[in-house]
Design a protein around this ligand. Sequence first.
Ligand code: ZN
Length: 128
Amino acid sequence: MEDMYREVILDHYKNPRFKGELDPADISYQDDNPLCGDMIRIDLRVDENNRVVECAFSGQGCAISQASASMLMEDIQGKSLEEIKEYSRDDILDMLGIELGPVRLKCAMLSLKVLKVGAYGVQEWIEE
Ligand code: ZN
């Protein structure tokens, strides 16, 4: 099964970046993907300009869900919440660099969903 994943995904899965929790955090949210058993929590600290100064994720689940969270954390460093709002499904797929079927797509999108709902309370975009 894991042979199909790119090495970078396995690397993020085995050596996750920004794994942990921030306490206190300005934004904190978690959600799960019951189809696969993935759980992701994301904590953010933002400065007075709403830029991400610190971020961390925690949780467990499959390689795709955990690697996408790790990659996303790496990517949002220093970005503003306004910029994060523009992140789309394609951005996550670009980071992962693989084609995903509908089931795996839910795994891949969990971290972005948690991030966006946590930051904005928007959820509609992912329920297609
Ligand atoms: Zn999963």
